[in-house]
Design a protein around this ligand. Structure first.
Ligand code: HEC
Length: 113
């Protein structure tokens, strides 16, 4: 009923939007996956629900704070990634134990706290 071109193009547009959404979701990280990693690797030392200290500082409102308690650096994707990579006093370095994607997901999750 329709010429081929007309038929294919909306589908192509829909696919492109889907692909673009997948790519941007990947770059921003998944808070949901970050939550899983947090529960496995971080929750024993950090509370996600309060600012109270367990072994390390509570991480509720982390990204609402101006500075990291540990280093005094401004809270940002890169300063938090640095903490994850290098660890700190009493915190193990995760550089070798978490993939870049895990870290991106964790940061996305920490932003929701
Ligand atoms: C063995 C306990 C332990 C584990 C496991 C741990 N941390 Fe930590 N974390 C700490 C301690 C202690 C500090 C404070 C370090 C310092 O003062 O130098 C800290 C600091 C931090 C900070 C900086 C907070 C601030 O305000 O300065 C972040 C962010 C953080 N941890 C995130 C994580 C994440 C995410 C994980 C899981 C991948 C994790 N930690 C696993 C103990 C831990």
């Amino acid at each position: 009923m329709y010429p081929d071109g007309l038929h294919a193009s909306p589908r192509f547009v829909a696919l492109s939007i889907f692909a673009a959404a997948m790519i941007s979701a990947q770059n921003k990280g998944s808070a949901e996956k970050g939550n899983e990693v947090f529960d496995e690797q971080c929750a024993s030392c950090h509370s996600a629900y309060t600012s109270d200290r367990k072994v390390g500082p509570g991480l509720k409102f982390l990204f609402a704070k101006e500075k990291l308690e540990s280093s005094g650096k401004p809270v940002s994707d890169s300063s938090v990634r640095e903490v994850l990579d290098k660890g700190g006093k009493g915190m193990p370095a995760f550089k070798a134990n978490l993939s870049e994607d895990d870290k991106t997901d964790l940061i996305a999750y920490l932003k929701t706290l």
